[in-house]
Structure formats: structure tokens, C-alpha cells
Design a protein around this ligand. Structure first.
Ligand code: MN
Length: 566
């Protein structure tokens, strides 16, 4: 049933109400293609429904653009559709602020941010469904945008889906991105392999009955035998490893056998090998040794009828469902279902620790089983209790320790930004500089030229980086201040023809130059035609003094002026 049908049939259900709300909110909004915007959120919800996710997730799929694109307050979502839906929509909105432009070092941070943000994994499901629909309609966007979004999909979202075990979604995202990222290779691939695919397919169709017979001889009734065509993107990756020689790709199309039990998987493998000899070194038992993302199946490559090489994949229905839908598949398990087999020790992989964390959590989920509510709770995970991922206005992700403030954020970007920081905005609101950041916060640092850090900052910054830079900047500041507090003194000696109001005239000129006079001395010069005035001024500013000297010299009475720093 489509979401439209569900909404029609149960207008008062959460999905029905979200449907009408979204339709109203996006009313008259159009996408670049000219299509109604509502179709985008509807299709997003349909993808989520296809993953058989719960009502709250599907409702959030319908509402995911309502806050950002229609200006509907998050509180409205909460009061109308409940906390879960509002939380998911908020999460998706925050994810929308992140932009990836292909810097390798940032990709990992970005993936971490996405997981950290998605304390509820349903946020990721909605984001992935949203991205899938955006990729399917990418042809309507301008070319540079297509490239950026395709790259982000290929390097961030597809791997994320893969790590969550959602191979199907991950593969489709990759395939959709491929023509945008490698247009000429895509064209070449289609031309080179189009015929091959056809040939392979008809060959496999022909041998299918033989495979069925082989299984039957061993009393195995398969639930299904179908064919899996290799995806463009993974075919391309494989060709790169095999000198672009299509003849070396044995799994262009594979036969997939789905059986009832794990025991049947191994029995089927035996049956197949009894009929057709396996190629050495190509039997992969991902049931005993699942892939890091949880993938399970047995793969083998055999020399089939007419000496042709055939790849065969054997799995149970449950493994198949998991392979397609990953952890989303676990929504489907009923309470009675239990899995007795243990996960075998995982291969040591180069996976970073967060993936292992995720895996452990998944393993725990697999082991404990539990009902739907427990599963919903299990979805609310706290991957990175000790890390915060905040976002710059450009969409870059800054990785910080828990408790970090806008000042830490500023120094993390650049020491100059930290030093000249005077204020900060979080999610467009001005906040005190000691505010603790949260993952997904959009942080904007307000700077002012020639500003120096405040000593107070040392009381709340969390990163050593910020602390050190502040200390250095404060030292420089102190030395400037001390110079200011004990200013140098210039002594000016003026030789002048005495006249009435002499001193008054001279001090008036000095005052107009904004120079502070510390002391004045007029040593008596008996018998001299000239008086001498000695002034001490509280400045060492040569420029100021020079100007003053020029002014004083313009008076006819002044005969000579000397000055020196003391
Ligand atoms: Mn969207």
C-alpha cells in the first residue's frame, strides 16, 4: 500500500494527519523540475514505508522539510505529532546544514556527526530516504550542484547506509551518483558491458533448472533462485582492480539461492560443488565470518555447464532481508523470533572505533532480540558521549570534546578567529561565549579586528588548543599594557624669547596636541636674553612630538627646541 492509500484509508492516523499537514504546508511549492514539492516528501515517506519502518518515522518523512522549507515551528510539529516525530524532523533539519565538498579528512568527521546527531537512528533512515529521492531527481539541478550532491552521496551517505547494513539503499545511492561523478566511465561501461550482461543473463536462465535439480537431489527446496546483476559502481571499482578486463569479472551476474535454514545453506553449497567444481580460493563463508557491516551469505564461484564461470550466493530469507534493509529489517521481527546462532569473532578490520561501537550495539540487538518498544529504545543510541560535532556556516564539521564552547570552536577553525572573537551565534541566536555546544549546532563566530582574548575565557574553554592560544595572546597583551601603564617620557627643552603669557601660550599649544605635561621647569638664566623652558611630557610618541615641535617653531619667539626620551 502506498502512503497515499494509507492516508486515505486512515485519515485520523498519524500518517493520515501528517499527510494532510505536509500537503498543506508545501502547497504551491514547486521543485526545480516543476513538480509539486509535496511529491518529494511523499516519495521519501514511501521509501520509509518500503523499509517497513514505524508510523513515527513515516510521518517524519512526510514532515521532514516542513520546518526548514515552510517555516513551521518545531513546537507545532511536537504538539501535533508528538515528541518522536518532532525529534526526527529536527535531526533531519540539522543534517541538512552539513555540506561536504570532498575533503577526505572531513569525511570521517562528517559521518561521525551524522551518527552523533542521530541519537535516534530513525533520523538517518529519513535522511537516507530523502537523499534517495533527491538523487533520483538530480537531473533537474544545475551541474555544479549535481556534482557536489553526488559526491556527498557517494562518500558520506552511501557508506553510512552500507555501515548500517542497508546494502540495497547504499548500492542504489552509489549507482545514482556514479554517472555524475564519472560520466565518461559510465558511458564506456554501458557500451562495453551491455552485451555481456545480456549474454550472461540468458546463460544463467538456461542453467537455472540444472541448479534446481542439483538442490532437489539433496532434498533442498529453495525458497527462490534469482539473479543479481552487479551494480555499475561496484563493477567499475572491480574493473579498476582487474586492468579494466571485463572477462575477469565473474560475478557480473550472480545466481542467488535463498533457502530456509543455515543448515540448508551449507547443504546447498555441498550440492552445488557436487555438480560443478569450485574455483579454488573463491569460497567465502560470510555466515561463519560476517562482513563488518553484518552481511551474511555464502559465496562460491564454480565452473558451470559449458565450462563457464558462475558465481553463486546462498543465504536464508532472513539474511536476504537483512542484506537488503540492514538494521531497518529488524523492525520486522516479531517477539517470538529468536536467533540462537552467535556472531563469530569479527575479523580485525581497519574500521574506526565508532563503527565497532555500532557493530557491538548491533550485535547486542541481534542477541537480545526483544520487542518493538525495546527496539525503538535501542534505536536511541548515544554513539559519542564524549565528542561534539558542530557545524560552520559553510557546512564544515568541527570535532570538539564534550562541553566545548564557541571559543573552543573559534580556535579550532583558526587561532586568529579565536583571538579576535567577540561574540557567537548558535543556530542564529546570539549566545554568551561560555555556552556549551551541542552536536549539530550551527555556530557563527563574530570577530573584531585587533581584539584580544579575555582572561575569563580560561575559566571555561575545554580544548588545550584554545587554552594555549589564549595564554600566548594574553602575554602579548600584558606587555602592551605594561608599556602603556609606564609610558616613556619625553623631555622638551625650548629656548624662547621671554614675553608676557609665555608659559600659557606654550602649554596651550601642547594641550591642543593632546600631550599630557608632567612637569614644567624654568631655570632662571640671569643675564640671558632668552628663557629656557624644560617640559616633561607623558608620551614617547615621536610623531606626536615632531608635530608639536613644528607648531612651536612656527612662533617667532621660539629660538630653539630640543627633545629627548628619558
Ligand atoms: Mn527533503
Amino acid at each position: 500500500m502506498t502512503i497515499k492509500e494509507i492516508a486515505k484509508r486512515e485519515p485520523q492516523s498519524l500518517i493520515g494527519r501528517a499527510f494532510r499537514f505536509a500537503e498543506e504546508a508545501h502547497h504551491e511549492q514547486k521543485r526545480k523540475s516543476g513538480e509539486a514539492y509535496f511529491n518529494h516528501v511523499l516519495e521519501t515517506a514511501d521509501v520509509l514505508n518500503g523499509l517497513r519502518l514505524d508510523e513515527a518515522t513515516i510521518a517524519a518523512g512526510l514532515l521532514h522539510d516542513a520546518v526548514e522549507d515552510c517555516g513551521i515551528p518545531s513546537e507545532t510539529i511536537k504538539s501535533n505529532f508528538g515528541e518522536d516525530v518532532a525529534f526526527i524532523v529536527d535531526g533531519v533539519t540539522k543534517l541538512g546544514h552539513i555540506k561536504y565538498r570532498g575533503e577526505e579528512t572531513k569525511a570521517e568527521n562528517l559521518r561521525k556527526l551524522i551518527l552523533a546527531l542521530s541519537q535516534d537512528l530513525r533520523v538517518i533512515f529519513v535522511k537516507l530516504a530523502d537523499r534517495l529521492n533527491n538523487m533520483r531527481t538530480l537531473q533537474h539541478l544545475p551541474s555544479p550542484k549535481q556534482k557536489r550532491i553526488a559526491l556527498e552521496t557517494d562518500e558520506i551517505y552511501a557508506p553510512l547506509a552500507y555501515r548500517l547494513g542497508m546494502q540495497n539503499l547504499s548500492g542504489e545511492l552509489r549507482d545514482l551518483a556514479f554517472p555524475y561523478l564519472h560520466p565518461s566511465e559510465y558511458k564506456w561501461l554501458r557500451e562495453e558491458t551491455g552485451e555481456k550482461y545480456g549474454e550472461r543473463r540468458s546463460y544463467l536462465e538456461k542453467i537455472k533448472p540444472a541448479v534446481e535439480r542439483a538442490l532437489k537431489d539433496h532434498n533442498i527446496t529453495p525458497l527462490a533462485i534469482d539473479f543479481r546483476a552487479k551494480r555499475w559502481s561496484s563493477l567499475y571499482q572491480k574493473l579498476l582492480r582487474h586492468d579494466m578486463d571485463i572477462e575477469k569479472i565473474y560475478d557480473l551476474i550472480a545466481i542467488r539461492i535463498i533457502v530456509k535454514t543455515v543448515g540448508d545453506c551449507y547443504a546447498a553449497l555441498g550440492a552445488i560443488h557436487g555438480h560443478w567444481p569450485p574455483l579454488p580460493g573463491r569460497i567465502k563463508d560470510y555466515i561463519a565470518m560476517p562482513k563488518p557491516n553484518g552481511y551474511r551469505s555464502i559465496h562460491t564461484t564454480v565452473i558451470g555447464p559449458k565450462e563457464k564461470i558462475v558465481e553463486i550466493q546462498i543465504r536464508t530469507e532472513e539474511m536476504h532481508n537483512e542484506d537488503e534493509n540492514g538494521i531497518a529489517a529488524h523492525w520486522l521481527y516479531d517477539q517470538a523470533h529468536s536467533r540462537k546462532e552467535k556472531m563469530s569473532p569479527q575479523k580485525v578490520t581497519e574500521e574506526v572505533s565508532w563503527v565497532q561501537q555500532l557493530r557491538r550495539w548491533q550485535a547486542k540487538l541481534f542477541g537480545d532480540r526483544g520487542n518493538l518498544n525495546e527496539f525503538a529504545d535501542a534505536m536511541k543510541v548515544d554513539f559519542f558521549k564524549d565528542r561534539i560535532f558542530a557545524v560552520t556556516p559553510k557546512g564544515d564539521v568541527i570535532d570538539l570534546p564534550y562541553g566545548a564552547t564557541p571559543v573552543d570552536f573559534a580556535y579550532q577553525i583558526h587561532s586568529e578567529i579565536g583571538d579576535s572573537c567577540v561574540g557567537a551565534k548558535i543556530n542564529n541566536k546570539i549566545v554568551p561565549l561560555n555556552t556549551r555546544l551541542m552536536s549539530g549546532d550551527l555556530v557563527q563566530i563574530i570577530t573584531q579586528k585587533n581584539k584580544k582574548p579575555s582572561e575569563d575565557w580560561l575559566k571555561f574553554v575545554k580544548t588545550a588548543n584554545a587554552r594555549e592560544h589564549i595564554k600566548v595572546a594574553l602575554k602579548q597583551k600584558r606587555s602592551v599594557v605594561s608599556a602603556h601603564q609606564a609610558p616613556k617620557i619625553t623631555e622638551i627643552k625650548i629656548t624662547v624669547k621671554p614675553h608676557l603669557g609665555l608659559l600659557k601660550d606654550i602649554t596651550a599649544v601642547i594641550a591642543r596636541s593632546h600631550i599630557h605635561i608632567k612637569s614644567v621647569e624654568m631655570p632662571s638664566q640671569p643675564g640671558s636674553r632668552f628663557s629656557i623652558i624644560k617640559l616633561q611630557c607623558s608620551t614617547a610618541d615621536k610623531e606626536k612630538i615632531e608635530k608639536l615641535v613644528l607648531k612651536l617653531k612656527s612662533s617667532k619667539e621660539v629660538k630653539e627646541i630640543n627633545y629627548k626620551l628619558i
